[in-house]
Ligand binder design. Structure first.
Ligand code: HEC
Length: 189
């Protein structure tokens, strides 16, 4: 009897956990993802208004500030990471994030659209509390290319400005549709 009960509990735990993850992904998507198109729109408007060099502060200050503000509202942590960073202090992924970004590149190469790539996992931390980690790929769009595209096509004055602030810039050479990096979220459970 005991064994049967234990067995049923185990059977229930499997599918329930998978459902939990789907529900958490959905909820995280709904609450966090609207920030991403806002940044793209702000970038497009600022480039149109002030030119490309004038739009540097959008990626440098506005995007991180928007993410931080939304994360604080939600009580989560949110930032951008990349395998090829422009700002290594802010954008360097940890081991789990590096593995997910590498998997995103493989999934994109196998035909999945970059804009739909996501992953979510429940993790137990060292202190025993649980956390949901989520990542969503950030694809390269047309407006990104002037600062993250082929270095040969980056305007000389802009290049000089980027070189000055980012002597270790790895974030060029991207083509439209590639994965620039990801939004990464830590959500306490
Ligand atoms: C006007 C130039 C410019 C444009 C256009 C631009 N970026 Fe950036 N991007 C930067 C700068 C500067 C940084 C470094 C930010 C910092 O100091 O944290 C950066 C950093 C990033 C990062 C953080 C990881 C890293 O490399 O340090 C991501 C992700 C990113 N950009 C994505 C995009 C996307 C997606 C677009 C198009 C929607 C875009 N950028 C358009 C200038 C630009």
């Amino acid at each position: 009897m005991r064994i049967t009960l234990l067995f049923s509990a185990l059977l229930l735990a499997g599918p329930a956990a998978a459902q939990d993850i789907e529900a958490l992904k959905l909820d995280t998507r709904e609450k966090a993802l609207p920030v991403l198109p806002k940044v793209v729109k702000m970038m497009q408007d600022t480039v149109a208004d002030k030119g490309v060099a004038g739009a540097i502060p959008v990626c440098k200050d506005k995007a991180p500030a928007l993410l931080k503000a939304r994360a604080e509202e939600l009580g989560w942590k949110m930032r951008r990471v990349s395998l090829k960073t422009r700002n290594p202090e802010r954008g360097t992924p940890d081991a789990w994030e590096t593995a997910q970004l590498t998997a995103f590149d493989l999934r994109a190469a196998a035909g999945e659209p970059a804009s739909a790539l996501e992953v979510g996992e429940v993790m137990t931390q060292a202190d025993g509390t649980k956390m949901f980690r989520y990542m969503r790929a950030i694809p390269v769009g047309d407006v990104c290319l002037s600062c993250h595209g082929d270095p040969a096509n980056i305007a000389p004055d802009l290049k000089a400005e980027l070189d000055k602030s980012y002597p270790q810039d790895h974030a060029t050479g991207y083509a439209k549709g590639q994965i620039r990096g990801a939004l990464t979220i830590e959500r306490p459970l």
